[in-house]
Each structure stands twice: as structure tokens, then as C-alpha cells.
Design a protein around this ligand. Sequence first.
Ligand code: GLY
Length: 356
Amino acid sequence: MSTVWVELGEGRYPVHLEETLGGLPAALGRAVEGRRAVLITEPRVEGLWGARVTALLAEAGWTLDKVLLPEGEAAKSVDAWWEGVGGLLAAGVDRQTAVIALGGGALGDAAGLIAATALRGLRWVQLPTTLLAMVDASVGGKTAINHPRGKNLVGAFHQPAMVFAATEVLATLPEVQRASGLAEVVKVALMLDAGLLAAVEARAGALRRGEPAALRGVVARAVALKAGIVARDPTERGVRTVLNAGHTVGHAVESISGMPHGQAVGIGLLAELRWAERAGLCTATGLSDRLEALLLALGLPVSLPPLTAKALFEGMLMDKKRSADTICLPVPTQAGEAALVRVTVSELSEFVGGLG
Ligand code: GLY
């Protein structure tokens, strides 16, 4: 269908956007040497897509081992990481072996860290099976597991050799996960592309229902935006911070409430935008009301779960963008335009706590 390149010089890699998984073996053969791989996945995804991926690769002459991680955030524990590395070693991997991560954002984060650390780094590719993973997590090489003190606090940048996003897999995605991915699309649109924001508004009903043509359009645009940002700032020293919009509040909400990632990010986007408006940083009249209407149209929550300002404060202290008591917060200044601003953790947590 189409290919977007993440332009990282020698490490440049393709993000293939396809309707089906059929082209996977040919794309994989171009991306990595040899014909040996270990598939890292989790039980639910394995039940849906494991047999298809295995058969496609076996037919093309690949030797494939498999490592199963637990489902969801449980894959991002130190025990799961250790077991995963052990699984690769038990399979006899060498530096020519590729790791294939088949799953959603949590699985990709965890499998990526396993690939980054086993034998000090194996080549890996991502086969995202959720909308969130397609439009955000699978592109850009962020790998991580969680620490009891916060999400994604242990990890590495380890860019994949390829991302292969087949939109057919979205057909089996539960509605709540589709909405979670749409929140990340809204994020990138709000911060970087007013045209995409308007397109998501215009097609909100079709996107919420998961109509394939509507999804393909926004996936392609969101991936192109993300690829462009990652190419400019692969290790998040500057402009890539924009992609963390909504995550300062969102990660705190997610950690405390256990809400799905995208839903928490949507709430975070709205809360951070309301703060930016009150601080006079966003000059577009009514942008937060527009965002709230869009989140609701996409089936996303807009209200904070019951949280104290103190719990938010403690959650925000774990933000990787924090330096001493301030956070470098990306906020929209207009629809599709963003700036990085400094805010103290206490000011933001008190403001957001007051919204609940
Ligand atoms: N998910 C934000 C990023 O990849 O930078």
C-alpha cells in the first residue's frame, strides 16, 4: 500500500503500511539478513495471528522459534524481561537472528528491550497488532519495562529494522483498544497537523466504528508525522518531546487508575491544554472545548478519575521530562502547533487536581 521511511542515515528503516500480512516475508527478507528469527508475542495475539505469521514465514523458508510474554502491561516487568531473554538464549540465538515483536504497544516495548539487551543487541522488527502500536509505539525505537516507581522508567532506544503494519489485524481489535489508539492520533494531530485534526473530526464516527478506509487514512498520516519527528530527534533531546503531549498527566492517571494508555493520554491532553489556556499559552479560542468534543465523539473519556492533587503530584514526579521540580511540558499553542514550556510539578498537579 505505502511505505514511510524513518530517515536515520545508515539506520534508516521502512514502516510498511499494508492491508494484509501477505507481503511480510518479502519485506522481512529485505530488512534483515539470514532466515532465522524468534517471534515474541503474547497468548491472545498468538491465538489471533500467530499461526498466520508462522505459516507465512515458514513457507518463505524462515526458521522460527517463539517466546511468549504475558499479556498487557505484565509483559513490562523485570521478571518477564528476564524470562524473555532466557527464551532467546534457550533458542540458541546469535547476532544474525532477528527478533519479531508481534503485538500491541506493551508487547513491543517489552520485546524491544529484550532485543536491545540480549547479546547486547539483536536486530528486531515490529508487527504492531493494535492501532496504538501502529500509529505511535512501533515507530521510533523506544523500548521499556516499568518500575514500581513509574511507567517506562527502564529502557533503551533501539530502533527496529522495519515496522510492518497490516491494517487487517485491526479487524479483531476491541473497541476500547481502538479508542485508545485514536487518542494517540488526536495527540499527533493536535500538536502537529491541523489538517489531520480536522480530518479526524470529520470522520470521527467512521473511526470510532473502525471502518477500514477511515483508519488507513489516519494511520498513514500519523505514521508519516511520527517518522518525521523521530528522524529529526531520535533520542528525544528536543522536538520529539512534543510526542509526549498529554503523557505527564496521562502517565500519572494511568499508573494510579489502571486506565488504558490512550484513554489516560486523552484525559491528559485535555487537562494539559486547559492548563495551557489558563496560562495564556494557547491562543486558539475554544481549543480545549473542541478537543473535549472530539474525544467524546471517539468514545474516549474526558473526566479525571477521582485522584488527589497529592497522588497526581507524586505520579508526575516520575515524568522523564522533569528536571528538579519543573517539567518541560509540550502544549498546543494553536491547533497543529506546539511549544515546550516549563511548569512546576506542584502548579500542574494542583491545577489538574482541581479539574477532577
Ligand atoms: N510515544 C512517544 C514517542 O515515541 O516519542
